[in-house]
Design a protein around this ligand. Sequence first.
Ligand SMILES: [Zn+2]
Length: 74
Amino acid sequence: MFICENCNVQIPASIPSYLYTVATRPKFYPRRLKANHFRADGRIQHADDAGGSGAEIAKQLRVCRSCYDTLNTY
Ligand SMILES: [Zn+2]
């Protein structure tokens, strides 16, 4: 049971909700040296994490199925 954050209708139990992404923001992850540890050939090895950039979710709405389908058409 939840209240749709788009149409403000209470949705009964056992009906799934959907997360609709409203806003994203750019994110940069720096390179990390020897960040990953793993065992190979009986020894602990270290590997670097390359880092990178992308987008992370800033705000989401919990919506019903009909609102999710309507919002995704635009
Ligand atoms: Zn709705």
